[in-house]
Design a protein around this ligand. Structure first.
Ligand SMILES: Cc1cc2nc3c(=O)[nH]c(=O)nc-3n(C[C@H](O)[C@H](O)[C@H](O)COP(=O)(O)OP(=O)(O)OC[C@H]3O[C@@H](n4cnc5c(N)ncnc54)[C@H](O)[C@@H]3O)c2cc1C
Length: 384
């Protein structure tokens, strides 16, 4: 029997994709390698996203946002970005866009849990834990052989199996990019001064440091640093870590106290050479991995999903090669511009050479002094 779409990978992007396509009336199966740990309000997930407004609207249209928001999500109403070497500061407030908030801070584990929980009722058959052993395709569809021995035939396959996508490799799609030689150190902290519902980011020569506002007054941090420095701060005891973090943040929110475990993720830029290979589409980190400095990784992946929903809702013929090709071109172009933009920012800001240091204070100044430019940039980033 052939289903319409098989989605491989049940992270945020894959689970949202399976749910969205099923809600469009398609017959969908999802294959996921892992059994997710249930989300617990007691032990917050260290991987935290700043979800943009358009993606919150997507989750709302899928009927899961109220449950996520009710469990734990915190709005950020302001964003302040500045450079450790001095210069002007970028400062955006939601009310300047006529909005109550710029976006929401949400945990990865909560998103995955609530999206996954909605799949059975939407008619999605979930195979988990299961992996793809072989992929074959022709002009009419794809055939997947699973490690457990079963097979799935579908008109279309979606690879949402993350940065090291096995489906991308199996379909022969290459990647380009670079290793940043940095790690993103993450954890939760409590600060002496209130976070003010603000997403804060300070650029340092080693990489940006972000404080994201969470419920109960705590902040989630993403501290991008060269590998050796990341290893060093992870080895510090809690008190020394808090002191160093407060110093790196320029003392903006006063003293800082670590209140959770710490973890670190390797950072890289990776772009798949194509977003489509025959009857296989690449979404999320399988197609693009970007620097976390703009908090856009999962946002770009959910926009891949929104683009696909738009395609399907156009009706009959949505999966013809030329329509899929149009989706693939549009997504690859938007994702490439975003990824290279973040890469350029990282090159200019994660640097203590004289010229970039002189330049960057002026960059924020210029953006701050040309409101239409600043508004355009932030409307795009925040999906407003
Ligand atoms: C430090 C850090 C901070 C970040 N902060 C932000 C942020 O603030 N905002 C933001 O938008 N993004 C952020 N990101 C990026 C974000 O984490 C990713 O973009 C996002 O998780 C990608 O989602 P995904 O569903 O595409 O992939 P993943 O979350 O990697 O999910 C892939 C899924 O596929 C499954 N899988 C893997 N292989 C197979 C297989 N062979 N068969 C079946 N299933 C398989 C996995 O088990 C997993 O469930 C951050 C990343 C880092 C490293």
């Amino acid at each position: 029997m052939q289903v319409d779409v098989v989605v491989v990978g049940g992270g945020v992007v894959g689970a949202a994709c399976a749910l969205a396509l099923a809600r469009q009336g398609l017959e969908v199966e999802l294959v996921e390698a892992a059994v997710p740990r249930p989300w617990s309000s007691e032990v917050p997930d260290l991987r935290v996203f700043a979800l943009a407004g358009d993606n919150v609207a997507l989750l709302d249209s899928l009927g899961v946002w109220e449950s996520i928001r009710g469990a734990r999500a915190h709005p950020y109403r302001r964003m302040r970005v500045w450079d450790a070497a001095g210069g002007d500061e970028l400062d955006f407030k939601a009310d300047a866009f006529g909005r109550r908030e710029l976006g929401w801070i949400v945990e990865n584990g909560l998103l995955v849990e609530r999206l996954s929980a909605a799949l059975p009722a939407a008619g999605v058959e979930v195979r988990r834990p299961e992996k793809v052993a072989a992929l074959a395709q022709d002009a009419d569809g794809v055939r997947l052989e699973l490690e457990g021995g079963s097979r799935i035939s579908a008109r279309l396959a979606v690879a949402a199996d993350g940065a090291d996508s096995a489906l991308r490799r199996a379909s022969g799609v290459g990647t380009c990019g670079r290793d940043y030689g940095q790690r993103g150190v993450v954890g939760y902290v409590r600060t002496e001064e209130p976070h003010g519902d603000t997403a804060w980011q300070r650029f340092l020569p080693g990489g940006p440091l972000a404080f994201l506002p969470c419920t109960d007054g705590s902040c989630s941090i993403v501290w991008s640093q060269p590998e050796d420095q990341a290893r060093r701060v992870l080895a510090l005891d809690e008190a020394a870590f808090g002191e160093e973090l407060a110093r790196a943040f320029g003392g903006r929110l006063g003293e800082v106290r670590l209140i959770s475990q710490r973890a670190a993720f390797p950072l890289r830029l990776q772009l798949a050479d194509a977003a489509m290979a025959g009857r296989l589409l690449l979404l999320g980190d399988a197609a693009h991995v970007v620097h976390p400095l703009a908090g856009q990784g999962v946002n770009l992946g959910l926009r891949d999903v929104a683009g696909l929903v738009e395609l399907v809702s156009a009706g009959r013929g949505w999966d013809s090669p030329h329509r899929l090709q149009r989706w693939a071109r549009a997504r690859r172009s938007e994702n490439t511009v975003a990824a290279l933009g973040f890469d350029a920012i990282d090159r200019v800001f994660s640097n203590d050479a004289v010229l970039p240091t002189l330049l960057r204070g002026h960059l924020f100044g210029a953006a701050a002094r040309i409101p239409p430019m600043a508004h355009l940039l932030w409307r795009r980033a925040a999906g407003l």
